[in-house]
Design a protein around this ligand. Structure first.
Ligand code: IMP
Length: 430
């Protein structure tokens, strides 16, 4: 029985939500393994639009188990609001359909405040984060002072954990000119939210291993994209977690041998939100057009996304690092009507040709893309459901992408509607 990991292969916003939803129909369990409510997944099911941030995309489907793994950082108040709003859309969420790993770290209000204070403080430290407290929560996890879901079940433990975190945070806050945290109010708020969260708490590693043994199909739902990975991304302009496929194992407690297929989600052009290098970024009318046609505004922050040509060099790198078996190519229709398309095949740096993005931030910023040009197509590819519906130039573009990234296309998505998808290889096939 196949278990599939879905990861973004660019800077996030590749259209993972639709693909995960499409695959979740065939999965029994859908598990998030990193990130938090910095993610924004839009699902369109039967004309109804669902906007998810912390909840796994499986929640909108009946009879599926959705799992939040230990690799995630969870804001309990946000989760409660998100559950309430999804319930208002008629979706049932119960402890039978949603499980949260007991060892999941919590994002607390002071994490968000610290995130935003740092971003506002000066331009040197600015990353362009979502301001949701993701980075500070992961720092506390590694710093061994974070509060985890299981800590909510015992009043005394909770107090000890809060005190441990505040020794660090109040010192930091003083340096930033912020008031100390009101300890008693925080403990009271945590006690008040505890029952809501604890009803979903479970030993997720055990449940997933049992499901696996019982032959159930597990879909691991990644957030963000490989270039935002804390180790392999455009550091320091990255998110604070590992987002690549290997994290599906450590972020849920299932061994890497459980992963049978890694599906990389790749947009037919490139976008990025926030600061940081972006070799193929376009500041001209073409970039404007990609943004408008692709509706490139952040689901979480509403920020305008930076847009540019397809960077095959970056995607080749991402596919290698995540061990991608096949890609889902999304938003091909946004390229409809361009007379000429450009694909970046490598970079020039100090007179030398590079076939990968260098690690040093200043070298990344100085890389200039080497392009090859391809003819565009005038017909619409929107809503195509078979290769026969695509113009010859569009097929050539897709084939060239496959060659350059050294990875085959498994799925082709041609509109936000779930059924507007061309299936080449079924990731869940045995
Ligand atoms: P953080 O994850 O809020 O710390 O933000 C760090 C960087 O990751 C910023 O450049 C964000 O714009 C980016 N980022 C975080 N989540 C997403 C996402 O879901 N899509 C795209 N970019 C994201």
């Amino acid at each position: 029985m196949a278990n599939v990991v879905v990861v973004g292969a660019q800077w996030g916003d590749e259209g993972k939500g639709k693909i995960v939803d499409w695959l979740s129909e065939r999965a029994d369990v859908i598990a998030r393994f990193q990130g938090g409510h910095n993610a924004g997944h839009t699902l369109v099911v039967g004309g109804e639009v669902y906007k998810l941030h912390a909840l796994p995309s499986g929640v909108v489907r009946r009879g599926k188990l959705s799992v939040i793994g230990n690799g995630v950082v969870l804001d309990p108040w946000h989760l409660a609001r998100e559950i309430a709003s999804i319930r208002e859309q008629g979706v049932e969420i119960t402890p039978e359909t949603l499980m949260i790993a007991e060892n999941t770290p919590l994002i607390l209000p002071f994490h968000g405040e610290l995130d935003r204070a740092r971003e506002e403080q000066n331009s040197v430290a600015k990353i362009g984060t979502t301001g949701r407290g993701i980075g500070p929560a992961y720092e506390d996890k590694v710093g061994r002072r974070v509060i985890r879901v299981s800590d909510l079940s015992d009043d005394r433990t909770l107090e000890v954990r809060v005190d441990r975190a505040l020794v660090h945070h109040n010192a930091l806050r003083a340096g930033l000119g912020l008031e100390p945290v009101d300890r008693d109010a925080l403990i009271a708020d945590l006690r008040a939210i505890a029952p809501e969260i604890l009803q979903y708490a479970a030993p997720v590693w055990k449940v997933l291993n049992e499901k696996r043994r019982a032959g159930r199909r597990i879909l691991f739902e990644g957030a963000q994209g490989a270039l935002l990975d804390i180790d392999f991304g455009t550091y320091p302009y990255v998110t604070s977690s590992n987002v690549i496929a290997g994290q599906a194992a450590t972020g849920t407690g299932i061994g890497p041998s459980a992963i049978d297929f890694v599906l990389g989600i790749v947009k037919a052009y490139t976008t990025r939100v926030g600061e940081g290098p972006f070799p193929t970024e376009l500041d001209d009318a073409d970039g404007q057009r990609l943004g408008e046609r692709g509706h490139e505004f952040g689901t979480t922050t509403g920020r305008k996304r930076r847009c540019g040509w397809f960077d095959a060099c970056l995607v080749r790198q991402s596919c290698a690092i995540s061990g991608v078996t096949g890609i889902a190519l999304t938003k091909l229709d946004v390229l409809d009507g361009f007379e000429t398309l450009k694909i970046c095949t490598g970079y020039e740096l100090d007179g030398e040709r590079m076939d990968h993005l260098p690690t040093a931030a200043d070298s990344q910023a100085r890389c200039t893309p080497i392009y090859e040009e391809m003819p565009g197509w005038s017909q619409s590819t929107e809503g195509a459901r078979s290769w026969a519906d695509l113009p010859a130039e569009a097929i050539k573009y897709v084939r060239r992408v496959e060659e350059l990234i050294e990875c085959p296309v498994a799925l082709l998505s041609t509109s936000p509607e779930r059924d507007d998808t061309i299936l080449v290889t079924d990731p869940f096939a045995d």
